[in-house]
Design a protein around this ligand. Structure first.
Ligand code: ADP
Length: 267
């Protein structure tokens, strides 16, 4: 528990720092992009092939920079989550359709959802981007293709090993969870990589490809959603990332008044 607490405190301070920098940096990039565009259209340069080439390269680099600062902002933003009841089956099906259209055809995408799986309480947009982050990592781990399998199933109580991770001071033991997992048949992670995978800025990818913010953003999201996340991975044997999110309970008229489930997590 102490370890989990340290981890979220560390995430928070890194988040504040990067958020401030990313915000200012983004403003500067906007200025650069605007000026590049003016230059590109300047009559004296419009006919100059070499100048246009240089300007295009500079524009590409600023776009990359803007993408990176966008990720930094998403990671650091203490944004208000707007939880609602999310049908994970429908969400996974639409995500899978999108991935089938965009990923390498050698990656087979399978979905395995328990019929009648109850909805989870989470911010739907944030949940989708968390799943997308995980799916992109899976793609990166399968350069020659492979299988990407999504599953969602009710799992009852949170696995014991993950209870300390949960951001729930009152520790409501009766909360039930839905497990959403994304399994790939890719390279897998060594023990050392697995241990550090949630650390902000930890990446094994080459500069310009990895930011090391994907899984730490996922960690922050599940933590704010009062859930947990686990990685099961072995080098050479693929990776499974599982998100545990609180299940939406059906209204129980006889039960004692509950906390409102649509409560937003404070900034
Ligand atoms: P990034 O993808 O930008 O490197 P992440 O925080 O998403 O940042 O991931 C951190 C590291 O964890 C990756 O660089 C990679 O080494 C490892 N990793 C994450 N997902 C997978 C996966 N599905 N298979 C193998 N390694 C992974």
């Amino acid at each position: 528990t102490e370890e989990a607490l340290n981890h979220s405190q560390r995430l928070e301070s890194v988040g504040q720092l990067t958020g401030g920098i990313a915000h200012d940096f983004n403003n500067l990039l906007t200025v650069i992009q605007g000026n590049l565009q003016v230059l590109e259209e300047l009559p004296v340069l419009a006919q100059d092939g070499y100048a246009q080439q240089l300007l295009a390269a500079a524009a590409r680099a600023t776009r990359r920079g803007a993408e990176l600062t966008g990720k930094l902002l998403a990671f650091s933003r203490r944004q208000m989550l707007q939880p609602s009841a999310v049908d994970t089956r429908a969400l996974l099906h639409s995500l899978a359709d999108m991935l089938r259209r965009t990923l390498d055809q050698r990656i087979r995408i399978e979905i395995d959802t328990a019929p009648g799986c109850p909805p989870v309480v989470a911010d739907p947009g944030q949940l989708e981007s968390a799943l997308l982050n995980i799916a992109i990592n899976a793609r990166d781990a399968m350069p020659e293709g492979g299988t990407l399998r999504f599953r969602t199933e009710p799992c009852g109580a949170l696995p014991t090993a993950l209870r300390g991770q949960r951001n729930e001071p009152q520790g409501d033991a009766s909360t039930r969870f839905v497990a959403i997992s994304i399994a790939d048949s890719g390279t897998g992670m060594s023990e050392a990589v697995k241990e550090r995978a949630f650390e902000p800025f930890f990446t094994t990818k080459e500069a310009g490809r990895g930011t090391g913010l994907g899984l730490s953003t996922v960690y922050g999201f599940v933590n704010q959603s009062r859930g947990a996340v686990a990685i099961d991975s072995k080098a050479g044997q693929g990776t499974t990332v599982t998100l545990y999110l609180p299940q939406q309970e059906e209204a129980r008229p006889t039960a004692a008044p509950e906390e409102p489930t649509d409560e937003t997590v404070p900034a």
